[in-house]
Design a protein. Structure first.
Lengths: 529, 278, 317
């Protein structure tokens, strides 16, 4: 991942055709999409039109430093620019930066910025803005939710108006990916120093300019005619329709009120893509669902018990019943096949292995099983749906689990934060697509996300080592080791990786869905007349 | 006194009997669910999901392959439990407050009834929804919340009925001979206000079923996978096109229960108050 | 008369004030922190503390209430926890939606109830009376959210005549607005009409059997004229009393119906506030609905008091 110095890197080649990223029969469903990508090369872009997208949540804020939620990032992505960006396969490429250099020891990154980039209010974007952005994120009371990403930055220096240098305290493997994160969007120093409120009126340098926001209704944007990528974006503007109820959202897609959504529920997917005028693309990203056994409560503190549970689960049933086929069962390490750190480990039988699980349970000292509870957040339909399946799987090996449910606000406070559960299930959507982001916060002891209270020195060590590795090969080795360790210790029981389901009008061309789940590639797409 | 079936005034009691029959059947389903239901309500079979009614599954299956008929029968338990306990809570506390207000009068009356009026001015569903969010979603809390919603209605009725009784002479005589407050309430007052309270109770049962299913429908009552008609109706909403029976059946169950209690209430009202005879 | 208005208004204000206290207290003790709902699962304890401090959630309830009251009286309904946007403008935009829904539902209920109630009363003890009454009993037992679901299945999914939800303002596109409102209004209105049919019928029967009417009969006036002129006017007064209270109830039921049809009204805002633990939103919307109901009750009280000085005391339906 560390690249040759001084060269403009163009890593935007589509690598979709080369990967076999789908499992079993649904590969056939992908063929139209793949063919569609190949044809896209020889189509001429059409300018104009409004892309209307549907989302279910409101953004919590539109200031990159203060936008903690996924929807905030969707908005921020269109309005602002970042030094690096992720391509559809989640490889970082220089975006605002024309090129970059990394020192041999990985402690210094220098970015050469594009010239002539302007903020939406006409001001020039210079190295001062970059420095200001990261100083702001690193400030002690910034409230930045992802401060771990900027924790290793010692200093940011504006060498000249178009060159910025980052000095780090330690080599940081995912650094370039962090630079692609929406939170790292470059903000206008002059405006902010003048007291401007970015939440109310976001001003960036991205492909679309913010026009208005009606809560729970709509966010509107217009094309940034001075966008630094010549000829882009192609749409005159975009509208983000905020439709809280997924059924209504699906209806809006079906009726043509909106022409794009990545939030179609799996149960409606087949119906949506079969509708004339609509196309669908499915993509495996990094949306992990897993069971979290509480290591502070017996017998979940017993490694063999956790292994037994992991082997007992019928992942095919969860894929079918909860995700209607639109998910990949995780049969080994959680890092998915499309990612460079994928370790082809085959541990679990897709339908579960009752005999093996029972044997493990007996070895653990529970030949007759035991009683326990499974606590789910009732506001997530997927959790509610998979709970009975898991319960049945566990019952087959003698574990009698009662299902408790609770709506989300209380769940966070009463179950999640104080780790008051025997077992719970949660999903983790990684917006970064770097393997560190898939596993670090979930497996490392003592992090806020580690509510299962797992703690192992060797696991911590390997996670830190993998994070700070300086070459992709070295890191890949480390992640292999980490995944093997995770399947031995089984601090978390992985279940499935749910696919991204993107439905859009047939008229949308050259749209390449991103594995990170983001929508940066909107600027490359256009609407046929 | 010899009462034979022929002498019984069937016609006068017809509504109560019809309603009673409906409710009795539902109660039987609730009580004997494990014996009546063909499957367990939790037995899932993902392969058999969303099947339309067939020989194996008389009312079809839901989104996880569970038998709809069995789930509907078991859900009767929750509805009946909530209905009885919520109505009971409303009846007991409402009566206490209403009788106390009328009996002691003065400041007690003023304070109590003002507070009841305040609660009464909140629309029932709104109050129930806010209470449920506050207490936390569980079946027990649904019973409490709905019970609280009923208290003002019962208290108002109890108070009015008690006032009527108080005007009668025998209460004065009872006080004169030194009967204690408690005895007066239980011996003289309560038996005489029972009639209108029972009618109101029947109405309360039916409204409790409606409120409980509305709360579950909104996700604030019984939580899945526990079957409740309301939350089954809510889940069915997501599958209206593929599996309409998921929306039709639970709603029909709610309808029948409400109808049954309404008929009993109407019938009792007719029987107990001949002046209202149509 | 002046005293009547004054006392009623004073009672209205006091009740409103008391209602706000009850709502405020109930909402403030909602379990599940507002901070976590707004900030998500990765929220650090510092971020949570910051969130709560910024919104004064860590101060005693009485202080919070006092501040809320002052702000609300000056028109400031607070800032949403979820998206940091003032609640006031959004609330104001939603009020017409709920008002339109309740009004349409009320119209439908009356359009059904008054003619049917009169018919049943006129044909008292005959077959059509019994059928009407029984139909009303059946209708009154239908849960309105079930009726809503059935209507959507038939008219949206099957026949594709009507959209399954959403809202377009009337002045923007009246046809689309009515298409979107007809099913919600029917769901609410039809079930309400069941009660009203019986009230109208009972009221008419009472009036028809009164001496006044018999006198008119004896004088030889034709039956229809008797009904139309005398009975109707007299029976409408107690009917409107109940109907108006039912109108107030509709605002409460609107919470569920707005949810089903995705109508951006005040009722659905209540649910949004609960799900997100967004206290300012929840408080403002719950209070608004309560205000509607109280206003309707106030108008009814005043109207009854003004129209009939003898003040028939009776319990409200």
């Amino acid at each position: 991942m560390a690249t040759a110095t001084g060269q403009r890197l163009n890593m935007r080649k589509s690598t979709l055709g080369r990967r076999a990223f789908l499992v079993s029969g649904t590969a056939m469903a992908m063929l139209p999409a793949m063919g569609f990508q190949l044809r896209a090369q020889d189509m001429t872009p059409v300018d104009g039109g409004i892309l209307r997208l549907a989302f279910s949540a409101d953004p919590a804020g539109m200031d990159p430093a203060l936008g903690p939620s996924g929807m905030s990032h969707v908005v921020i992505e269109q309005i602002y620019s970042t030094l690096m960006s992720l391509d559809p396969d989640a490889q970082p490429y220089p975006d605002l930066a024309e090129s970059f250099e990394v020192s041999g020891d990985g402690m210094q990154y220098t970015f050469m910025l594009r010239k002539g980039v302007k903020f939406h209010n006409g001001d020039d974007l210079t190295a001062d803005d970059v420095k200001f952005t990261f100083d702001r994120l690193r400030a002690p009371d910034s409230g930045y939710a992802y401060d771990s990403q900027v924790a290793t930055i010692k200093d940011v220096t504006a060498v000249d108006p178009h060159t910025v240098r980052f000095d780090l305290t330690a080599p940081t493997g995912p650094f370039l990916t962090y630079m692609a994160f929406p939170g790292s969007s470059i903000v206008p120093k002059k405006l902010l120093e003048g007291g401007h409120d970015l939440n109310a009126q976001p001003i960036g340098s991205g492909p679309f300019k913010f026009i208005s926001y009606q809560p729970r209704s709509m966010i509107t944007f217009e094309k940034n005619a001075e966008f630094y990528e010549a000829g882009k974006p192609h749409f005159d503007g975009i509208e983000m329709h905020l439709i809280a109820d997924v059924t209504a959202l699906t209806n809006a897609v079906l009726s043509g009120t909106v022409n794009f959504s990545n939030e179609i529920p799996p149960k409606d997917w087949q119906m949506v893509i079969a509708t004339p005028g609509l196309s669908g693309q499915t993509l495996e990203g990094s949306r992990f669902y897993w069971l979290l056994p509480n290591h502070d409560r017996a017998p979940m503190d017993n490694q063999k018990v956790r292994q037994a549970i992991a082997y007992a689960i019928d992942r095919t049933a969860i894929v079918a019943g909860t995700f209607f086929g639109q998910a990949t069962p995780i049969l080994g390490g959680v890092i998915p096949e499309w990612n460079w750190a994928y370790a082809n480990l085959d541990y679990f039988a897709p339908r579960g292995d009752v005999e093996k699980a029972k044997a493990l349970l007996a070895e653990a000292g529970f030949p007759d099983g035991f009683e326990t509870s499974l606590t789910m957040a009732s506001s997530f339909p997927a959790m509610v749906s998979m709970a009975p399946i898991i319960q049945a799987n566990l019952a087959a090996i003698g574990i009698k689990a009662t299902i408790d449910t609770m709506e989300i606000p209380r769940y966070w406070d009463e179950i999640w934060a104080p780790s008051k559960f025997d077992m719970t299930a949660m999903y983790w959507v990684s917006p970064l697509a770097d393997p560190d982001d898939f596993v670090y916060n979930n497996y490392h002891s003592g992090t806020a996300l580690n509510v299962q209270k797992s703690s192992d020195a060797a696991m911590d060590e390997i996670l830190v080592k993998a994070k700070s590795g300086t070459s992709q090969e070295a890191r890949k080795q480390d992640y292999l080791e980490q995944q093997e360790m995770s399947l031995e210790q089984m601090p978390i029981v992985p279940l499935v990786n749910a696919w991204l389901l993107i439905a859009h009008t047939d008229k949308l061309k050259n749209y390449k869905p991103m594995r990170s789940g983001f929508l940066k590639t909107i600027k490359d797409a256009w609407l046929e007349a | 006194m010899n009462l034979s079936l022929r002498d019984f005034d069937w016609h006068r009691w017809r509504l109560v009997i019809l309603g009673g029959a409906i409710i009795a059947s539902i109660l039987l389903c609730a009580i004997f669910a494990p014996w009546i239901a063909p499957y367990s309500p939790y037995d899932l079979d993902v392969v058999a999901m969303l099947q339309s009614p067939s020989g194996a599954h008389l009312l079809g299956t839901d989104e996880l392959g569970r038998d709809l008929l069995s789930r509907t029968i078991y859900a009767a338990r929750i509805s009946m439990q909530v209905a009885f306990i919520a109505a009971g809570v409303g009846l007991v506390f409402g009566t206490l407050i209403g009788v106390a207000a009328a009996y002691f009068g003065g400041l007690v009356d003023l304070v109590l009834m003002r507070f009841m009026e305040l609660l009464f001015s909140f629309p029932a569903i709104l109050l129930a929804v806010v209470l449920m969010a506050s207490l936390g979603t569980s079946i027990l809390n649904a019973m409490i919340a709905i019970g609280i919603v009923f208290i003002p209605g019962f208290s108002r009725l109890a108070r009015a009925a008690t006032e009527v009784v108080l005007r009668e002479q025998y209460v004065e005589s009872a006080r004169a001979i030194g009967m204690s407050h408690g005895r007066i309430v239980f011996v003289e007052i309560l038996p005489n206000i029972l009639a209108p309270l029972l009618v109101e109770a029947a109405v309360a049962f039916s409204y409790a079923i409606l409120l409980e299913s509305a709360l579950s429908f909104l996700g604030l009552g019984a939580q899945p996978p526990e079957p409740s008609w309301g939350n089954m109706l809510n889940t069915g909403r997501g599958f209206m096109a593929q599996a309409p029976w998921l929306s039709i059946v639970p709603g029909a169950a709610i309808f029948l229960s409400v109808l049954g209690f309404n008929l009993i209430g109407d019938g009792l009202r007719d029987v107990l108050d001949p002046h209202m005879k149509e | 008369m002046g005293r009547l208005i004054a006392t009623r208004l004073a009672a209205f204000v006091l009740t409103l004030f008391a209602a706000s206290v009850v709502l405020f207290v109930t909402i403030s003790v909602l379990p599940g922190s507002a901070a976590k709902s707004a900030l998500g699962m990765e929220a650090t304890p510092q971020a949570i503390a910051r969130f709560e401090a910024q919104r004064g959630l860590d101060r005693p309830l009485v202080v919070q209430y006092g501040e809320w009251l002052t702000k609300t009286l000056s028109g400031d309904f607070g800032i949403s926890f979820q998206n940091s946007v003032p609640v006031g403008p959004e609330l104001v935009k939603r009020i017409p939606v709920t008002l339109e829904l309740a009004t349409l539902a009320f119209l439908i209920a009356n359009l059904v109830a008054i003619p049917l109630g009169i018919l049943a009363a006129a044909r008292h003890t005959k077959r059509s009376d019994k059928t009407t009454t029984f139909a009303a009993t059946l209708l009154g037992a239908v849960p309105n959210f079930w009726l809503a679901t059935l209507l959507i299945m038939v008219f949206s999914l099957n026949l594709r005549w009507l959209p399954p939800g959403g809202f377009t303002p009337f002045f923007q596109d009246p046809i689309q607005n009515l298409k979107q409102m007809i099913m919600p209004a029917l769901s609410l209105g039809l079930v309400s009409s069941a009660l009203l049919i019986r009230i109208m019928r009972a009221s008419m029967i009472e009036v028809l059997s009164s001496d006044y009417i018999r006198t008119a009969h004896a004088k030889g006036a034709a039956e229809t004229i008797v009904i139309r002129r005398h009975a109707l006017r007299n029976s409408l007064i107690p009917y409107m009393n109940v109907a108006a209270v039912e109108f107030g109830f509709l605002f409460g039921s609107a919470v569920v119906i707005e949810d089903i049809f995705r109508l951006p009204g005040v009722g659905s805002l209540v649910l949004v506030g609960i799900i997100n633990r967004d206290f300012p939103v929840l408080l403002a919307s719950a209070l608004t609905i309560t205000v509607f109901v109280l206003i309707v009750n106030l108008i009814v009280d005043l109207a009854v008091g003004l129209l009939d000085p003898r003040r028939i005391t009776g319990s409200r339906a």
